[in-house]
Design a protein around this ligand. Structure first.
Ligand SMILES: CC(C)(COP(=O)(O)OP(=O)(O)OC[C@H]1O[C@@H](n2cnc3c(N)ncnc32)[C@H](O)[C@@H]1OP(=O)(O)O)[C@@H](O)C(=O)NCCC(=O)NCCS
Length: 225
């Protein structure tokens, strides 16, 4: 509410970093248009979703893509201070596939491809240019050049709640990441990560743990990542 200390802080932040103010205004103006286009394409969009640039969303017939309440999707190259190589890309690749993005999740130039299922829990923040896929896209040991998913290995990916994933991480098929975990920038995650673990490297290994997770009441991520 205007007049509260928090709202004045936000105004001050906008004055201190005018690029944020400009992109916030553009997002407020354009979000209803992008929301309408996504819904017209059969995507479920929760209340309060905010779009900084239009994501590429490609939904296979008979599959589901759902965005929870208060999600923030950053697609303009300058909508994240680290810069984005491309906008958010969400693609279901088969009938019955599911991409489910929980409430309050922040995506910045994130690629998600699902032949089966990719689920991202509420409050999870995903840094610039992360790639998440639940399949190999080519038939390893089979016909590499075949189109379609025949012979292609796939296994669902599930990411818990309030996970923090650093920039340029790769998350591969079958990975489960527990709630409150942290994945270091540039990690290649090929096996599952326990809740509250901090992992990094290629392949990602545990380097620490989250002792005191910020268990604050969830609010939509507002600032730039
Ligand atoms: C994972 C992370 C949170 C760890 O931070 P931290 O707890 O302060 O960890 P430290 O810097 O003390 O590093 C601990 C060890 O892990 C290693 N390490 C940390 N981050 C690493 C990474 N991303 N990849 C590989 N190794 C890493 C350090 O080299 C160090 O190794 P050492 O013990 O052999 O010296 C942080 O390094 C990180 O990657 N942050 C993500 C930033 C980001 O991408 N934000 C998103 C913006 S859109």
């Amino acid at each position: 509410m205007l007049g509260t200390p928090a709202s004045w802080d936000r105004i001050q932040e906008g004055l201190d970093s005018p690029w944020r103010l400009r992109r916030a205004i553009a997002a407020v103006v354009l979000t209803p248009v992008w929301r309408a286009l996504l819904i017209a394409g059969g995507v479920r969009v929760g209340k309060g979703a905010r779009f900084y640039g239009f994501p590429q969303v490609r939904r296979f017939a008979g599959s589901t893509i759902e965005l929870g309440a208060n999600v923030v999707l950053r697609s303009w190259p300058g909508s994240n201070v680290l810069g984005l190589a491309h906008g958010v890309m969400l693609t279901t690749m088969a009938r019955g596939a599911l991409i489910s993005i929980g409430d309050g999740v922040g995506l910045s130039g994130t690629t998600v491809a699902a032949a089966k299922r990719v689920i991202i829990g509420s409050g999870t923040l995903i840094g610039a240019d992360v790639l998440i896929t639940d399949n190999d896209h080519h038939a390893v040991g089979g016909d590499l050049y075949a189109t379609g998913l025949e012979g292609v290995d796939s296994a669902p990916v599930e990411i818990g709640e309030r996970v923090f994933i650093g920039a340029r991480v790769l998350i591969l098929k079958g990975v489960h990441i527990g709630s409150h975990a942290v994945v270091g920038a540039g990690a290649v995650v090929a096996s599952s990560v326990p809740s509250r673990a901090v992992v990094a490297g290629n392949p990602a290994r545990v380097i620490g743990s989250v002792a005191n997770p910020a268990d604050v009441q969830h609010s939509p991520p507002a600032g730039g990542l």
